[in-house]
Design a protein around this ligand. Structure first.
Ligand code: FES
Ligand SMILES: [Fe+2]
Length: 425
């Protein structure tokens, strides 16, 4: 295999205009390891990245292992009740202090020389303490992600000490999270169903783009749609009145509400009916009143990709973890509405059917990621083509760019934002 041509020498800044155009990108952007290193610096270790959900650490001293790109992160709820994002590296000589996926512990004790840290990262104990005179314990805590903020229970971290707030980063996409939460009678969701992890031999940006690519489902997922006799196909045909939308900061959405409103059926977004989930339906009506509950249950949960790694996919939540230019992991869990066992059971069952070990949907997409990643290494043509629908892009009532649901609008929006991040000093 011919290695991708590099277009900069060490120390020189890269000319992104030669790599990213308005209607396509050079293949090497997906596979150049130097570009991946630069992405770590300018995206993963700089912007707001989704880490985990508050409901994963409900009690003080709960912890769960998460990540920001290749960096392992321990998400904890400290004794103070606050959520902390700690780096898994002992401040003594660097050993990992936590090897468990999750649990509840008042302290992390390093196995090497038994230094002990509280769940907020503070160093609270050293073996044979008399030997330590030159540094205060307060200077020797675990590394922490400097900025932590949450919205609707979704916890994000940023390694940049300063920069836009999380709310600024989410911009117009905040409304999609609000919309998600409305589908819960108490306004809260939970991430408690456990995660499936799928490793992909492909670049993380293939997933980022695919999550709001409304062009592929009718082809890649044709067998599932046929087997389930589902109406999903209608949502992603060239007759669909759904729209693709680009928010600020590279967040993108396939807004399926126009199609669901045309159907005018509650819970059609979930392929079920109110009769099958009577408790959930009753709770929604009690919480919002009959009319508003009906509207919410027709519109359903958004299909939105929060740049760079959180995908809210109607019934699931995906988290993309970049490992290298060649590999990433998809972490996926079933969405759960707090206090709604009947619909939650169905959400888990459908998640297993579509993205579980024997599920079809995710396997179909993963096959496309791996084939595309490998196909893009061919030298010609140099650029991909993402110009579908560029002649019919328009703005919605809030000023966001929209296109038809099968257009490349989202892909173009992602690349525009990506380029702005990569060009920034
Ligand atoms: S490396 Fe952790 S106590 Fe020595
Ligand atoms: Fe797909």
């Amino acid at each position: 295999m011919v290695s991708p041509v590099k277009n900069r020498k060490a120390g020189e800044s890269r000319d992104w205009s030669q790599l990213i155009k308005t209607d396509g990108v050079k293949g090497s952007v997906y596979s150049d390891p130097d570009i991946f290193e630069e992405e770590l610096e300018k995206i993963w270790y700089k912007t707001w990245v989704y880490v985990g959900h508050e409901s994963e650490v409900p009690n003080n001293n709960d912890f769960v292992m998460k990540s920001i790109g290749p960096e392992p992160i321990i998400m904890t709820r400290g004794r103070d009740g606050e959520v902390h994002l700690l780096l898994n590296r002992c401040s003594h000589r660097g050993n990992k202090v936590c090897m468990k996926e999750k649990g509840n512990a008042r302290t992390f004790t390093c196995p090497y020389h038994a230094w002990t840290f509280a769940t907020d990262g503070k160093l609270i104990g050293q073996a044979f303490p008399d030997g330590f005179q030159s540094k205060e314990k307060s200077e020797l805590g675990l590394g922490k992600v400097p900025r932590v903020a949450s919205y609707g229970g979704f916890v994000f971290g940023s390694f940049a000490k300063e920069g836009p707030s999380l709310e600024e980063h989410l911009g117009g996409a905040k409304e999609t999270i609000d919309r998600l939460l409305k589908n819960s009678p108490c306004g809260e969701i939970e991430v408690t169903a456990g995660f499936l992890k799928h490793k992909v031999r492909g670049n993380w940006k293939l997933l980022l783009e695919n999550e709001t690519d409304g062009y592929h489902p009718g082809f890649v997922h044709a067998s599932v749609f046929q087997a389930m006799d589902s109406r999903i196909n209608e949502l992603y045909s060239d007759k669909s009145i759904s729209v693709s939308r680009v928010y600020d900061q590279g967040h993108t959405e396939i807004d399926l509400r126009p199609e669901f409103r045309k159907r005018n059926e509650e819970l059609s977004w979930f392929g079920t009916t109110p009769e099958r989930v009577p408790d959930y339906t009753a709770q929604m009506k009690a919480a919002y009143g009959d009319e508003e509950a009906r509207k919410i249950m027709i519109d359903g949960v958004p299909h939105v990709m929060i740049f760079p790694n959180l995908f809210i996919a109607e019934i699931q939540i995906f988290v993309i973890q970049a490992l290298s230019s060649e590999e990433c992991v998809q972490h996926v869990t079933a969405l759960q509405f707090k206090g709604c066992p009947d619909i939650n059971k169905r959400l888990r069952q459908q998640t297993m059917g579509s993205v579980g070990p024997a599920g079809f949907l995710l396997a179909d997409d993963s096959e496309m990621y791996e084939r595309t990643h490998s196909g893009l290494k061919a030298q010609l043509p140099e650029f991909t083509y993402t110009g579908r629908g560029d002649h019919r892009e328009r703005r919605d009532e809030n000023g966001f760019i929209i296109g038809d649901s099968t257009d490349d609008t989202c892909s173009r929006g992602i690349w525009k934002h990506y380029r702005s991040l990569m060009e920034a000093e």
